[in-house]
Write a protein that binds this ligand. Structure first.
Ligand code: AMP
Length: 192
């Protein structure tokens, strides 16, 4: 079955998970967060746990093969017309494997939504979140590393999406409702 893929981007703390979940509900697609999927494996006391912790303590990305082995089967097997994916692909090499995977399966990369939020605002929000949640990768050092990795490795992917004509650039410094309304306005549902 052909599936539509929507990717969501923005720095850590940009609110992309919240927006992605609401968008998935609107489109009738399944929401997948690579980070959340990994965190669930860790909570399940999987043998993978030690490997994950060693990357998270530093704020590093986990290796491509690990994330792909986990995500690709979920995408292949789920019975849904599409996905809103948060957190993958995150590097040029991940994007290359993802594009091959999409082609092989005859899926469509429909849109990449980018939530534009300043680095300063993200850091402010992450510090608040770190006080509430107790994540290994939300110490000050790990947060800083993750933000640096985001701007160095992930943000450049937006140029690729721009050239593919699938990039939706959204002002992410507004209320949750305003942002969601803006995102939804970029998607024409065929039933409407
Ligand atoms: P996130 O919640 O998306 O910020 O992800 C939390 C952590 O999970 C990241 O800092 C990485 O260690 C790992 N992770 C999530 N997605 C990926 C990915 N696509 N590639 C590598 N590591 C990832």
């Amino acid at each position: 079955m052909s599936k539509n893929i929507v990717l969501i981007y923005g720095p850590q703390g940009s609110g992309k998970s919240t927006q992605a979940k609401q968008l998935a509900e609107y489109l009738g697609y399944k929401f997948i967060s690579s980070g959340q999927t990994l965190r669930e494996l860790k909570d399940a006391k999987n043998p993978i746990e030690e490997r994950l912790s060693s990357y998270w303590i530093k704020g590093d990305l986990v290796p491509d093969d690990l994330i792909e082995e986990i995500l690709f089967p979920i995408i292949e097997k789920s019975d849904t017309p599409g996905f809103v994916i948060d957190g993958y692909p995150r590097t040029p090499s991940q994007l290359n494997s993802f594009l091959s995977f999409i082609n092989m399966n005859d899926f469509t990369l429909d849109r990449a939504v980018y939530l534009d939020v300043s680095q300063e605002e993200c850091l402010k929000r992450l510090k608040i979140r770190a006080d509430i949640e107790n994540r290994l990768d939300e110490t000050d050092e790990a947060i800083t590393t993750r933000i640096i990795i985001y701007f160095e490795k992930t943000q450049p992917l937006l140029n690729v999406y721009k050239n593919m004509n699938i990039l939706e650039d959204i002002d992410g410094e507004r209320t949750i409702e305003e942002i969601q309304a803006d995102i939804r306005s970029r998607f024409q549902l065929t039933s409407e």
